[in-house]
Ligand binder design. Structure first.
Ligand code: NAD
Length: 255
């Protein structure tokens, strides 16, 4: 088998859509066996079939990242299917937000539950498996909104900022076990999450223009540009990187 991640076994959460789907396609193309997990079973199974049809090795598992017992099933199912776990991409997330003064504890907990608790539970479930086989690479999808603030996104920013430092702290603890842990910080990328937020906004077109203008490269990103970063962090090309933040944002945070 050839490819930049040939023979590695990767779990990708939120793998049915957007950045997770493209990361799964690219990891499979580079030789990894991929396990896609998502709440969206039909789309997830369709993508696993697409990858298998193109000659890759893929499985789909229905999964809610906030459910600790479901994580145990995903770990066992991956072990049964492919024998080991080398890569975990904690990608599942929700982009819901509300103005701070109208926000509720329930809304806060929902966003923190998926975007931060889900990452903790994933690492907690998978790291022992990786340690048992000599190590691996954990890739936590944060955001530029884990580095800088954005109005109307207080819970999202808190969760993504939490992912950034959760990544660094676990990187220090897991390094002796051979496990690298890094975060990825995408700018605004053309995915269903961003398209749906723009559609839901009263002034979606103006909002899109405003977002574009904040990226020095003068456009939003496309999922391939994040998928390529994920393949790099999953591969041995990044063997001296841990606890680091890979910012892929068209210059958004350079200003
Ligand atoms: N698109 C962007 O501009 C952007 C920028 C920065 C960071 N991100 C982050 O990248 C990740 C992927 O975003 P996307 O744009 O591809 O979004 P998306 O909405 O296209 O895909 C997210 C996927 O996560 C799944 N999901 C949601 N809640 C889940 C849960 N509890 N358990 C399992 N799966 C669940 C959804 O069903 C969906 O398939 C998210 O963590 C997001 O916060 C996205």
């Amino acid at each position: 088998m050839t490819g930049r991640v040939a023979g590695k076994v990767a779990i990708i959460t939120g793998g049915a859509s957007g950045l997770g789907a493209e990361s799964a396609r690219r990891l499979a193309k580079e030789g990894a066996c991929v396990v896609l997990t998502d709440l969206a079973a039909d789309a997830g199974q369709t993508l696993a079939d697409e990858i298998a049809g193109a000659g890759g090795r893929a499985r789909f598992m229905a999964h809610d990242v906030t459910d600790e017992a479901a994580w145990a099933r995903v770990v066992a199912g991956t072990r049964d299917a492919f024998g080991r776990i080398d890569v975990l991409v904690n990608n599942a997330g929700i982009g819901e937000g509300e103005p701070f003064l109208e926000s509720t504890l329930a809304g806060w907990r929902k966003v923190l539950g998926v975007n931060l608790d889900g990452v903790y539970l994933g690492m907690r479930a998978v790291a022992p498996e990786m340690a048992a086989t000599g190590g691996g690479s954990i890739i936590n999808i944060s955001s530029i909104l884990g580095l800088v603030g954005f109005p109307g996104a207080t819970a999202y920013c808190a969760a993504k900022g939490g992912v950034r430092l959760l990544t660094k702290a676990t990187a220090l603890e897991l390094a002796p076990l051979g496990i690298r842990v890094n975060s990825v910080h995408p700018g605004f990328i053309e995915t269903p999450m961003v398209a749906n937020s723009l559609l839901a906004s009263e002034n979606g077109n103006e909002m899109k223009e405003m977002l574009i203008s904040r990226h020095a490269l003068g456009r939003l990103g496309v999922p391939r540009e994040i998928g390529d970063g994920v393949v790099f962090l999953a591969s041995d090309e990044s063997s001296f990187m841990t606890g680091s933040e890979l910012v892929i944002d068209g210059g958004y945070t350079a200003a």
